[in-house]
Design a protein around this ligand. Sequence first.
Ligand code: DGT
Ligand code: CA
Ligand code: CA
Length: 462
Amino acid sequence: MTAQDMAEVFHRIALLLELKGENPFKVRAYKTGAETVENFAGDIVALAAANKLAGIKGIGEALRDKLHEMATTGKLEFYEKLKAEFPESIFGLFDISGLGPKKIALLYKELKVAGVADLKRVCENGEASKLSGFGDKTVVKLLESIAFHEQHASEFRLGDVAPVAEQVIAALRDNHKVGRVEICGSYRRGKETVHDLDFLASSKHPQEVIDAFVALPVFVHTIAKGGTKASVRTKDGLQCDLRVVSNAEFPFALNYFTGSKEHNVAMRQRCLARGWSLNEYAITVSEGAEPPPPVHEERDIYRALGMEFIEPELRENTGELDAALHNTLPRLVELSNLRGTFHNHTTASDGAATLAQMAQAAQDLGLQYLGIADHSKSSFQANGLDATRLRKQIAEIRAMNEDFDGFKLFAGSEVDILKDGSLDFDDDLLAELDYVVASVHNVMNLPEAEMTTRIIKAIENP
Ligand code: DGT
Ligand code: CA
Ligand code: CA
C-alpha cells in the first residue's frame, strides 16, 4: 500500500462512520489522519511498517496501529468489516452536492438508494420528496447536482493526474526502444481539467513499445491495443492513449495530438492556402506548389508558415495564429515569474509546517516574499487564530523580518466573512495586517442576492 492508499482508506472510514452517525470527533480524527498521511514529508509507509510513528501530530494511537496493520499486511480488518455494511457504490453519493451523510443514510435505509443512479430514480419518481427533510425544492436541487455530476464525471483535475502523467513519461523515456516522447492533448495545453492523457512516442519497434506501455503497473485495464496505438485505464478510471510514430512523423503527430482540434483545423487551412496538406504524419505538397522547408521539430511547422512558435497553452484558435504571424504573441507567465505567494497557512491554524519552516522553504524555492494567512477564529474546525494569537503572530513575523536578507514575510490573515458580511476581526486589528484574504467558510446556502450583498460588504471593508 502507498501512503496515498492508506490516506484513502482513512477518508473512506470517515465517510462510513458519518453514515453510521458515529461521534463527530471520531470522524474528525480519521479525516485529520488522512490529511496527515497525505502531507507527511517522510516515508510514512516505512515508518508505519517499523512501528515508528509515535509522536506525529494528527495520528493518535488507534490510527497508528491501523497504519501499521496496513503497511505490514496490505489491508485493514476494521475497514473491511465497516465497508461490508454498505454497497461500494454508496461512496458516489458523497460527490453529489446538497447531500450530506445524514441524508445519504436516510435514503439508503428508507429507499435502498445505493448510488447515484438510484438517487436519480427516486428523485424522478417522487419517492425522495416523501422522505422527511426532502421537500420538492431539495429534490429539484438534487437533480441539478446529479446533472452537473454527470456532465463533469469524466473530467480530471490537471494536478491530480500530473503524477500519473510524469510516471508514464518517465517509463517511456527509460525504454531503449523509444526515441522521442511527449505528452500531448489538453494536458500539454495546460487545461485545468482533462478527459484523458495522450502520449506520443517515436520508435522503430512500435509493437514492443505498445506491449511495454499496456503492461505498466499503473494501468489496470486495457481498452484497446494494436500495432501502433493503445488505450488503457488507471484504477481511478483515467484513460491513457499512446500513439507510436516514426521519428520523421513525430513533429507532425506532436502538433496534431496536442490540438486543440480548433487550432488544428485553422493550421490545416493556412497550409492549404500554400498548397500543402497537413495531417498527423506529414505535409504533402500539391503539384506546382512550393515545398516547405524541412521539418525536424514541431517549431519548424510554424516556421514554415512564417509564424513564431505558439506555446501549447495558447492553441485554442482564439487569435494565436495571426498573433504568431505578426510577432505579437503574449508572453506566458513562467515559474520564474513567481516571486511569492499570499495564501499560506502554518501549524498555527491547519497548515502542515511551522512559520519558520514555511519561511525557510519559501527562501529555498527562491521566492522573494511569502504572505502568511492563517485562518481566523470562526474557522474553529481549522484551529483559527483569535485576536491574541494573531497579534502574537504579527509580532513574530515583524521580528523575523529584521533578520532576512532579500526576503520578506507579510503578515496577513484568511479572515472569515460572517453571515452578515462583516469580518471576523475588528477594523483596528485588520489595520495592523499587511493584507487580508477574505473567505466564506460557512452558511453557503444563502439566496444569490443575499450572498452577493454579503461578499460586497466584505470587500467594502475599509
Ligand atoms: P480532452 O481529452 O477532452 O481533455 O481534450 P484533448 O484536446 O486532449 O482531446 P482528445 O484527447 O480527444 O484529442 C487529442 C488531440 O487530438 C486534440 O487536441 C486534437 C486532436 N484531434 C482529435 N480529434 C480531432 C479531429 O477530429 N480533428 C482534428 N483536427 N484534430 C483532432
Ligand atoms: Ca486528451
Ligand atoms: Ca485522447
